[in-house]
Design a protein around this ligand. Structure first.
Ligand code: SF4
Ligand code: SF4
Length: 444
């Protein structure tokens, strides 16, 4: 049980949960089955939902645009199979419900035209690269799902001198990025080289990888050996090492101000799978229609790392892994800390789904919520020095202003506080709700 060995890291918070990666970290990526019915939410990124450009009865090809970005901060959505659009309807997704485009797979895999002429990425201009990344619908694949073309275009007046590739993958159980680094290091380095054109003042390129992945460190050192300015940096394993602010501090010594963007300290941070997808979009004209997902946890019979077509319902992947050998206590889209509980296995894999993690009831620490015993553990483990219990309390009392004053918007949603809480108070859930309420208020 990973929560049993949870230990507190000191002044800046963080923890050492048991990693539980050994069942999948050495397993090569396999192709997942592709089911008959595929589900494409129009909201699988931060920002405005995409707008459907297909209707019920339309025939679509694999790689065809089915919903176009609904604004600057939004992303295109493509069909990952060929077939027929059979419905446009609301469906459950990880973390809620969304309008979805339902496609009945014809299993012909008829392909749409590539986004750009393949084999020409080296000749692309800055605008070509940015335009292709935007067209491909790429959004942060480490789970954040922020549209990548927006991230690659820092606000006016902000220059970038450091590109950071996030290979930390600090969530227990998750091994999808690990396998991408081991199996596709060359494509990650080619993605880095393309991005050089975007940042003319670039001085430093770091690939940060936790030291519990020595094979990934070795693979990327080898792939980047010809480039003196690319530095592969092993990082001490801890949770949440992969948070942007933590990574920037560890690699550059710079501190992103509260509420600030990485660009405020001249940095851009991209996940390893995201930079690889940018390369594949520019080199092969591929939109983002598949990703690697690790499926693991004690109740899973045969955990795997699967190459999954986006839109695949989770139950199909559980089946690929032999199903459950014991009754699950909790199923998460993502890892045990930041992942969101899934109550319907029909929810689809989206661009930001790194993992499906299944815990036993005991591992999930399921039980009745008790009163706060004021142990202050949640405060000690918070990596951004918040007071989670006070924010949660303010939210529960309906005092959104107070939650804001206490820094709710600086919460990086790492989940450490919820995990450590002996009273099983849903701190992260409350803080996420407080953040949503603050955003709603600010949008008025
Ligand atoms: S979820 Fe937010 S409040 Fe809780 S420990 Fe992480 S950063 Fe701090
Ligand atoms: S960890 Fe739980 S019980 Fe302890 S102070 Fe925080 S909310 Fe209260």
């Amino acid at each position: 049980m990973f929560y049993m060995s949870f230990s507190f890291m000191g002044k800046h918070g963080g923890s050492h949960p048991e990693e539980n990666k050994s069942r999948t970290s050495n397993l090569a990526i396999e192709d997942a089955s592709v089911p008959k019915i595929m589900v494409f939410p129009v909201s699988m990124h931060i920002g405005a939902p995409a707008k459907p450009v297909v209707e019920v009865g339309d025939t679509v090809k694999a790689g065809q645009l089915i919903a176009e970005a609904g604004g600057f901060v939004s992303a295109n959505i493509y069909a990952s199979v060929s077939g027929e659009v059979i419905a446009l309807e609301k469906r459950p997704i990880v973390g809620g419900e969304a309008d979805c485009i339902i496609v009945k797979n014809d299993y012909n895999y008829t392909k749409a035209e590539p986004l750009v002429e393949p084999g020409n990425s080296q000749n692309m201009s800055k605008d070509d690269i940015l335009g292709t990344v935007r067209k491909a619908g790429i959004a942060g694949m480490g789970g954040a799902t922020f549209p990548t073309s927006v991230k690659l275009s820092p606000p006016p007046g902000m220059t970038v001198d450091s590109l950071i590739i996030n290979g930390a993958e600090c969530e227990p159980y998750s091994t999808s990025d690990h396998r991408v680094m081991v199996e596709h290091p060359d494509e990650i380095v080619k993605g880095i080289n393309l991005s050089r054109k975007l940042f003319p003042l670039l001085k430093h390129i770091y690939i940060g990888i936790e030291d519990n992945k020595p094979d990934a460190i070795k693979a990327l050192e080898k792939a980047s050996a010809d480039y003196d300015d690319i530095s592969v940096r092993p990082l001490k394993t801890m949770y949440p090492r992969g948070s942007e602010k933590n990574l920037i501090k560890s690699l550059t010594g710079r501190e992103v101000p509260p509420g600030g963007l990485p660009a405020a300290v001249r940095c851009v941070v991209l996940n390893t799978s995201t930079i690889r997808s940018c390369y594949r979009a520019c080199e092969f004209g591929e939109p983002l229609i598949e990703r690697v997902v690790s499926v693991s946890g004690t109740p899973i019979k045969n955990p795997k790392n699967l190459r999954v077509k986006i839109g695949t319902p989770m139950d199909s992947l559980i089946e690929d892994c032999g199903g459950f050998i014991e009754v699950p206590g909790k199923i998460l889209g993502g890892g045990p800390f930041m992942g969101k509980t899934v109550s319907d296995l029909g929810v689809p894999i989206i661009k930001g789904t790194t993992a499906i993690t299944v815990l036993t009831p005991e591992e999930a620490n399921i039980g009745d919520e008790q009163d706060c015993i004021m142990c202050a553990e949640c405060i000690h483990v918070c990596p951004v020095s918040l007071q989670p219990i006070l924010i949660s309390d303010a939210f529960e009392r309906g005092n959104i202003e107070k939650a804001k004053e206490l820094g709710a918007m600086d919460c990086i949603e790492c989940g450490n506080c919820s995990f450590i809480c002996p009273s099983k108070i849903p701190l992260l859930e409350n803080i996420r709700s407080a953040k949503a309420a603050i955003k709603h208020q600010e949008a008025k």
